[in-house]
Design a protein around this ligand. Structure first.
Ligand SMILES: [Zn+2]
Length: 435
């Protein structure tokens, strides 16, 4: 235990902007905190406080792919800036401009760039993972996408319930179920950074899982290239059909592992303690069948019937994801695709899972192409704008459009609450973070 102790002066929590105190008339009435729909000012002199309400706001949701997070970090970091600079002035200007605009809109409370498990995982594999995390958390505040397994399960269960009983259709999974944190509220002035202490095995396990997914895609690409060409529709149907069977097999494998533990053929290890996504999904689907009186021995058959049904293409992530893989299959069958890059499976997973809940996504060019191909074939009907490195100017334009739509009195209100210097771009984000 450390012998050091700290004396915290409660006045330190009261920050600018300071105005005249309505209680003691001193110019010491500062900001204590901002909450979802209001803020509290307290006087540094008499310590009395007053609460004010803030109008309801609705923020645009922009998803930034890891490549964007990485470039934004590099362009601002004293030790990594040269990596952007050597790509030329235009490159440096773009990333600085993007940072300034994103940060300003985030601080104006009209935009949020949620982080996701994909950011965390991809950052962990990079040497500068703390810096990358600081970057995405800075633009996300406390808003993050729920893990993809949970979002996908929500989508599957809704379509499954509607298939079992059309009267039970609850419609698509709403955005509030998919985003955690203060999405549509005002942000507090302070961001509390929680550091996750990593167990050294975690990065290794993630790296292995990623390599496994990559190898799987590599094998699929080889099959697409070497076998007789099929059309988009055939590849799409095959991808959709493969999904349910893969979930059932993963579930069956899991049950077998538990049987082995019961029969003392296997030890109960850490791997078995946490339920897998497939395990939770199939168990939740079986619960729906139990509620409807389907006997135990008929349940798996009923699930197979659902997985083979036309209803499957209504599951958003499956429709989008299978469409993107089918587009990749077409490219490979035409010998127009190189070897898939390392992050491809993660990218397709992120886009297919989160696209319906975004107003815009800034993704890798190859990924944007696959999505555009899938959309042409399937008419996916998403409302999000999709930007890539090739449409950078359009992204800046989109952000400028948001800025232009903000009423002047909203900008005044932000300055009144957080102070006049609040909106200045915080390009020094890494200047004090040297350690
Ligand atoms: Zn006072």
């Amino acid at each position: 235990m450390s012998e050091r102790s700290f004396v915290i002066d409660p006045r330190d929590w009261i920050t600018q902007p300071f105005t005249t105190c309505p209680f003691c008339s001193e110019e010491q009435f500062g900001l204590l905190m901002v909450s979802r729909h209001g803020y509290v000012k307290r006087c540094r002199g008499c310590m009395k406080d007053e609460q004010f309400s803030l109008p309801v706001i609705e923020k645009r949701v922009l998803y930034l792919d890891q490549f964007a997070v990485s470039n934004l970090m590099k362009v601002l970091h004293p030790e990594h800036r040269y990596r952007i600079e050597r790509r030329g002035d235009a490159e440096e200007r773009f990333w600085l401009d993007l940072f300034d605009r994103l940060e300003r809109l985030v601080k104006l409370q009209v935009l949020v760039c949620p982080h996701s498990d994909a950011h965390w995982e991809e950052s962990l594999l990079a040497p500068q993972h703390e810096e990358l995390r600081r970057m995405y958390e800075h633009l996300a505040g406390d808003v993050r996408f729920e893990d993809p397994g949970m979002v996908k399960r929500g989508q599957v269960l809704r379509v499954f319930e509607a298939w079992l009983d059309p009267g039970a259709d609850r419609g698509p999974v709403p955005r509030r179920n998919v985003l955690a944190g203060n999405t549509d509220g005002w942000h507090d002035k302070l961001q509390v950074e929680a550091r996750l202490d990593l167990d050294p095995g975690t990065a290794e396990a993630l790296r292995a899982a990623r390599a496994g997914r990559h190898d799987g895609l590599g094998r699929a690409a080889k099959v697409w290239r070497e076998n007789p060409r099929r059309g988009f529709e055939a590849y799409f149907r095959a991808e959709v059909a493969a999904y349910g069977e893969a979930e059932l097999q993963a579930y069956a494998k899991r049950l077998q592992a538990f049987m082995d533990v019961l029969d003392a053929r296997r030890q109960l290890d850490a791997d078995l303690v946490f339920a897998t996504d497939s395990q939770i999904l199939i168990m939740q689907m079986r619960e729906r069948l139990v509620e409807r009186g389907v006997p135990h021995e008929e349940q798996i058959g009923k699930l197979r019937e659902f997985f083979a049904s036309d209803a499957m293409v209504q599951i958003p992530f499956l429709r989008i994801g299978a469409g993107m893989f089918a587009a990749l299959a077409v490219k490979n069958s035409l010998q127009q695709a190189g070897d898939p890059n390392r992050g491809m499976v993660t990218d397709i997973n992120v886009v297919s899972t989160y696209l319906p809940y975004c107003d815009a996504m800034f993704v890798d060019s190859e990924c944007a192409d696959l999505l555009a191909d899938a959309d042409r074939e399937l008419n996916l009907g998403y409302r999000a704008e999709v930007f890539s490195n090739r449409s950078r100017e359009e992204l800046l334009h989109w952000l400028a459009g948001i800025e232009e739509s903000i009423p002047p009195d909203h900008v005044d209100l932000v300055a009144q609450v957080y102070g006049k210097t609040w909106l200045r771009a915080f390009r020094e984000i890494f200047a004090t973070a040297q350690s």
